[in-house]
Design a protein. Structure first.
Length: 197
């Protein structure tokens, strides 16, 4: 499971993430423009030597962040890390009930377990979420993380553009996630499932 980012492109284009050695792909993993960095979370099977390959049809910098992995049928039976789908629901929205947008470089700790809806039980190890930044004031990024701030971003955005990205988020021991915005704007967190600890 990877977050693939296209950055500093010379124009419009696309990226394809595939198992190493694969040929004939007809899909795009990320579509990008020169306006800002673009990212997408994807599940990519591993190919030769446990590697993936990324193709681009234009000049662009490519960033691949590994966010997790899925075992196959040879793994020992266990419920640890088991995914449970839920009815998707909105867990956090800075626009309601009264607008409280992020300031530049602000960090907020958001509770994602124990909510009435969406229902993520206490003790969950992580969530599958859709992160959205609405009407940001500048180009920038959003980071979502359980404990220590990572060097990677979860979503990249351009000034004034609403942008969304799927994310797999680990939770802190108390069921929270920290959100950090590099620029001002609103943030929405929608959850569609969780992982057992």
């Amino acid at each position: 499971m990877v977050n693939v980012t296209a950055a500093n492109s010379a124009g419009t284009g696309y990226l394809q993430a595939n198992p190493a050695g694969a040929t004939g792909a007809v899909h795009s993993t990320v579509n990008y423009t020169s306006a800002s960095a673009s990212a997408n979370t994807a599940i990519v099977p591993l190919g030769t030597n446990g590697e993936i390959q990324v193709f681009t049809n234009g000049a662009v910098n490519i960033i691949v962040d590994v966010v997790g992995y899925i075992t196959d049928g040879t793994a020992a039976d266990t419920t640890t890390g088991l995914f449970r789908a839920i009815t998707p629901g909105r867990a956090y929205d800075t626009r309601v009930p009264s607008p409280t947008p992020f300031a530049a470089n602000e960090v907020r700790v958001v509770q994602l377990t124990g909510l009435v809806a969406p229902v993520v039980p206490a003790g969950a190890a992580g969530v599958s979420a859709n992160l959205t930044v609405v009407n940001p004031g500048t180009n920038g990024f959003l980071k979502a993380y359980p404990n220590a701030e990572p060097s990677t971003s979860s979503l990249n955005f351009a000034a004034g553009k609403t942008v969304a990205n799927g994310a797999l988020l680990g939770l802190s021991g108390t069921g929270t996630v920290s959100l950090k915005m590099s620029g001002p704007g609103n943030v929405i967190v929608d959850i569609n499932g969780y992982f057992l600890a």
